[in-house]
Each structure stands twice: as structure tokens, then as C-alpha cells.
Design a protein around this ligand. Structure first.
Ligand SMILES: [Zn+2]
Length: 316
């Protein structure tokens, strides 16, 4: 099961069966929930971070790199951030920096990567790509035409298993990217990306009992059906429900209305950490949870549990 960077090594899980730091925070508001640190990482000094930033920028510009956010197929990948270099837990998320013509990607914990990638700039945000099902298939197809296919498949973890994200994580990341791009465009005085208003409504209102969707032009029926049902961000108990469960309200730590939000350097990792913790709470057998974990699980409630199960049952 995927989860996040070391930041999400789930505290409330029974220590006899897995390691965790037992760091339990108040559930509300989730945006304030402190993310766990990157395993055994030590803070690098500023000069080292500047050096890594500079290398990443150079590397990105030269190699048409993409920054995939994916689910590790195992806990074997090591973080390449200086001062961390701990393994990335399979329950977590990782950033895979993939270069053209390179056999092995560089992996990072999400919060380690945030220290060196300046997401207040489009040149970084535009390289970020959630590993959803469509992207995974297209990456496999691209690699299939490569003469060193087997080596590359192995090196990229694709032989070990599916690195696709669950749909909840993909939806959150796409929202984060869209919001950051929009805020950057406003700051720079650039025109904002136009998105079909019917599609926007579907992406943000599906699942609400009061929402009446309209199929955007050109969208095929099966995709439309999945978006308004399987991947709906809202979970409702029906027309009388005054407190519908909303994925974005639950996990997104800022509203992206203020330019200061561009300078917040942990918004992506803290969002994914909160999501991954709740996944563990909901999906793990109760006997793997500590008493505190069971309390947190209880606090998610029946509706939240239903939503999380639905949004982790498949890839976008
Ligand atoms: Zn790290």
C-alpha cells in the first residue's frame, strides 16, 4: 500500500509491527498537523542546499527532466538529498527525477525535494507529474521502444510493481499544481490557464447531493462516469447532509489566495502526509494500530472512512 515520504511514517501504528515515531497530532485542522521528519535525515547547511538547488536546476534544464510523484513499489529506494539518504518507505510517496536517456531516476522524499525545488516558479511546477494510470502506461510504452528496456524497467522500479498513486493522492496533487500555477500567473501578471467550467465543476463538486453535472464537450462517457462517481472529491449522506466530506477541505493546507502561499515550502508534503496517515488509519487492520491510532481512526468517522476507501481503491 502506498503512503508518503518518511513524513508519513504512521505514528499510530503498533510499534511491534512497524517503526514510527508515535507523533500524534490533533486532527483539526489538518493543515496544522506537523509532518514527521524525513526519517533519520539531518538538516544540511545552507551552502549544501544551495549547491543541490543549483545542480537540480542545471540538471532539469539540460535533460528535460520530469519530477514524478509516485508510490514506491518497495522501501528500497534511497533519498538523494544530502543529509538524508534514508530509505523511502513503501507506505509513502516519493519524487522520481527522471532524465532523458538516463537509466536510473533520482529519488527524494517529498519534503526533502521541497527544500531544493523552488515551486514558486513555473519551471519547477510544470515538471511535476503525478504518476496516475495514464502516465504510467505512457511511460511504459515509451520505455518499450528503448533498446535497454529491461535494464530501464528494472532501474525504474516498474518491474517490481505498479508505482501509480491512488486516485485521492492524484486528485490532491493535480489540485495543488493547478492552484500554484494559477497563483504564479497572477503574481507575474500572466493570463491564467482556461479550464472548461463544466470540467472544473466536476472536479470540485462531484459527489455532493446538490450537484448536477454537465458532461464537458469531447469527454468520453466512461471517463465522465468515473470522475463523477469513483473519483468524486465529496462524500455525502444525501440531501439532508449539511456537513458533506470534502477531500480538499480535509487535506489541502492553504487556499492559494495569497502570494505568500507560494513561499510556503511544505504545502505539498504536508498535504500528502495527512492523506497518507489517514489511509493507513483506515486501511490497516485495527490490531496494527495503537490506542491513539484507533482514536484517530474513530475521528475520521463513517463518512470519511467510506470516502477514503473509495479514493484509494483505484488509480486516476
Ligand atoms: Zn530524504
Amino acid at each position: 500500500m502506498p503512503a508518503d515520504s518518511p513524513n508519513t511514517s504512521p505514528g499510530p501504528v503498533d510499534q511491534r509491527k512497524r517503526s514510527g515515531n508515535g507523533d500524534l497530532e490533533e486532527r483539526e485542522p489538518k493543515r496544522s498537523r506537523k509532518t514527521e521528519s524525513s526519517g533519520e535525515s539531518q538538516p544540511s547547511d545552507q551552502a549544501a542546499i544551495e549547491s543541490m538547488r543549483s545542480k537540480l536546476l542545471k540538471h532539469s534544464q539540460k535533460n528535460n527532466a520530469l519530477f514524478y510523484i509516485e508510490s514506491p513499489a518497495s522501501s528500497n529506494s534511497k533519498c538523494r538529498f544530502d543529509g538524508c539518504q534514508s530509505n523511502i518507505r513503501e507506505e509513502g510517496f516519493r519524487v522520481a527525477v527522471v532524465k532523458e536517456n538516463c537509466r536510473s531516476p533520482l529519488y527524494y522524499h517529498v519534503d526533502c525535494f521541497e527544500k531544493i525545488a523552488d515551486f514558486s516558479k513555473t519551471e519547477y511546477v510544470n515538471r511535476l507529474q503525478p504518476m496516475d494510470r495514464g502516465e504510467w502506461h505512457s511511460r511504459l510504452q515509451r520505455m518499450a521502444h528503448d533498446p535497454s528496456t529491461q535494464l530501464r524497467f528494472g532501474a525504474m522500479g516498474l518491474m517490481d510493481g505498479n508505482t501509480c498513486l491512488d486516485s485521492g493522492a492524484s486528485i490532491l496533487i493535480y489540485h495543488w499544481i493547478r492552484s500554484m500555477r494559477s497563483l504564479i500567473a497572477r503574481r507575474n501578471g500572466d493570463p491564467e490557464e482556461h479550464i472548461d467550467p463544466h470540467l472544473l465543476d466536476i472536479l470540485y463538486k462531484s459527489g455532493s447531493s446538490s450537484f448536477k453535472p454537465t458532461k464537458p464537450d469531447g469527454m468520453d462517457d466512461s471517463r465522465y462516469d468515473r470522475l463523477i462517481h469513483n473519483f468524486a472529491p465529496i462524500e455525502s449522506d444525501g440531501v439532508d447532509d449539511k456537513k458533506e466530506w470534502n477531500l480538499f477541505e480535509q487535506y489541502v493546507p492553504c487556499k492559494f489566495e495569497d502570494f505568500e502561499d507560494l513561499n510556503r515550502t511544505d504545502s505539498l508534503s504536508s498535504m500528502l502526509a495527512a492523506w497518507s496517515l489517514d489511509k493507513v488509519l483506515v486501511l490497516y487492520s485495527p490490531d496494527r494500530l495503537t490506542d491513539e491510532g484507533k482514536e484517530l481512526r474513530e475521528a475520521i468517522g463513517e463518512k470519511g472512512t467510506r470516502a477514503i476507501k473509495r479514493l484509494t481503491s483505484g488509480a486516476l
